[in-house]
Design a protein around this ligand. Structure first.
Ligand code: PLP
Length: 421
């Protein structure tokens, strides 16, 4: 299948010499998150907020009127949200973690518990900031390796009377976006109802999840229809639109419970802006409205999922071990050595080899693919760079700054003295 778009504006890629890469990596203390992005040729550190917008999005942006409240853009955004998510109330927020912060203050009290297939790290941090507990209960059996473990969920619900919330992350961010099955969501909703607990979706990659369900089950239903089935199974959803929503900034809280409207609006006034703006400009709201409708276009999302598979196949054909089954937004590779800080060392080696930036996620390296940005030629080049980098003698890193939270983002390293690095 070819890409379902053609390219109208291009951005040139800088050439970064080997000497400049070495200098940039030292300045970044061997953590690719600290690199100057202008020293990167191909950037696969995140698929969040890094996608390309369409000409329809840009023309809606240019036409949007910037008003303080009652914006046309808000009405358009709400209509798009209702159509896709099926909830009555569609609240814009400035990004996913803004939604988490606003919602959890309303849904949780100190000492409560929340359960998940796997919490994204900001989701967990926002729960723990309220002195609540966040438990991951992943199942991980393929092909729906993003599922929550139903047996452990049932047991935890029986044992812990303080569980108030189940959050299912779609796709499960760990390991490049593993899908959750509809059956798993149906069973989760049944258990949530039995125990009087809310079921919320962290739906930041909802279209990828629906696309993988479509592929894995051979369904003829559209991505939009499948996605609607899992929204219908939940009490509410929150999402960052910086991923499948195809925008560079923005997010949504979607719900039916009217009693949430007043406290949520008050929190938004206190922290963000007028509720119809949700901390965004009107141009951001229309970009989200158009982006969400493109997100559920089968061709758009299936093309993205196919590109992720393409990169995995390119790596596999060169003998690089990738995490299988491959997810919807990125390819995960294990470092070839078990030395301490081996994932950061591999990310550093890949950067040195070809100015390709990848991210360290948990204990592995993730090549996240920004939507509609890179061609298959770019990805073939990335596979060559990774292959050459992993054949070199591993870099040994010593940690010189060990933050007590968010290690992957903020750690700093120095290479152990040795030849060649
Ligand atoms: C699954 C998931 N939830 C929430 C977030 C937070 O969203 P944002 O970056 O828009 O704050 C992310 C960000 O990567 C994510 O991957």
């Amino acid at each position: 299948m070819h890409e379902p778009y053609r390219i109208k504006i291009v951005e040139s890629i800088p050439r970064v010499s080997p000497a400049s890469r070495r200098k940039a990596l030292v300045a970044a203390d061997y953590n690719t998150f600290h690199l100057d992005a202008s020293s990167v040729e191909i950037d696969l550190i995140s698929d969040s907020g890094t996608g390309a917008m369409s000409s329809d999005q840009w023309s809606a942006i240019a036409a949007a009127r910037e008003d303080f409240s009652g914006q046309d853009a808000h009405a358009r955004f709400v209509a798009a949200g209702r159509e896709i998510f099926g909830f009555e109330h569609i609240q814009p927020v400035h990004q996913g973690r803004g939604a988490e912060n606003l919602l959890f203050r309303l849904l949780l009290e100190r000492g409560d518990s929340a359960l998940s297939n796997t919490f994204f790290e900001t989701t967990r941090a926002n729960i723990e900031a309220l002195e609540c507990r966040a438990h991951d209960l992943p199942d991980e059996s393929p092909p729906f390796s993003g599922n929550i473990d139903i047996r452990r969920l049932q047991r935890t619900l029986n044992e812990d009377r303080r569980v108030k919330l189940i959050v299912i992350t779609l796709t499960n961010n760990v390991n490049g976006g593993q899908p959750v099955s509809l059956e798993n969501l149906i069973r989760t909703r049944e258990l949530a109802d039995e125990h009087g607990v809310l079921l919320a979706l962290d739906a930041s990659r909802f279209a990828g999840n629906a696309a993988l369900i479509k592929q894995l089950t051979g369904s003829r239903r559209s991505v939009k229809k499948i996605a609607r089935e899992f929204f219908d199974l939940s009490h509410l959803a929150f999402l960052s639109c910086k991923k499948d929503g195809l925008v560079n900034i923005g997010g949504v809280i979607a719900f039916n419970d009217r009693s949430l409207i007043r406290p949520l609006s008050h929190e938004i006034i206190r922290q963000e802006s007028y509720p119809s703006a949700g901390g965004l400009a009107a141009r951001d709201l229309v970009a989200m409205a158009v982006g969400l409708s493109e997100a559920v276009d089968d061709r758009v999302v299936l093309d993205h999922v196919a590109k992720v598979r393409f990169l995995a196949d390119e790596l596999l054909s060169r003998g690089v071990e990738v995490f299988e089954p491959v997810g919807a937004h990125g390819v995960v590779i294990e470092p070839p050595s078990d030395l301490k800080h081996a994932p950061h060392a591999l990310a550093a080696a890949i950067y040195l080899e070809g100015a390709v930036r990848v991210g360290v996620f948990e204990h592995s390296v993730r090549l996240a693919i920004p939507r509609r940005v890179y061609t298959r030629d770019h990805l073939t080049h990335v596979a060559d760079v990774v292959d050459r980098a992993r054949r070199r003698k591993p870099i040994i890193l010593n940690c010189v700054h060990n933050p007590d939270e968010f290690f992957n983002f903020f750690a700093r390293f120095k290479p152990a003295p040795g030849p060649g690095r």
